[in-house]
Design a protein. Structure first.
Length: 74
């Protein structure tokens, strides 16, 4: 389990800004879709929202780290 998260972090750090923005949009869509589907039928995977929110937080953290490193460099 820990290897999956570490591998995902490495993959996120290799992404460019456009890919990160797309990943954030996808995570928001999955949260929206889960909440929409939950109204009509019971869901089996209830961790969708939690994992999507964590994914968004990871991406935003990496973006902020890049911003701070740019400020330090120049």
């Amino acid at each position: 389990m820990a290897h999956k998260i570490k591998d995902r972090r490495i993959a996120l750090r290799g992404m460019d800004e456009a890919s990160m923005a797309a990943a954030i949009v996808d995570a928001h869509k999955s949260i929206y879709q889960f909440r929409k589907d939950r109204l009509s039928k019971p869901q089996e995977n209830v961790k969708v929202v939690r994992t999507a929110r964590k994914e968004i937080a990871r991406i935003l953290t990496i973006k902020r780290e890049r911003e701070l490193s740019q400020e330090v460099k120049g």
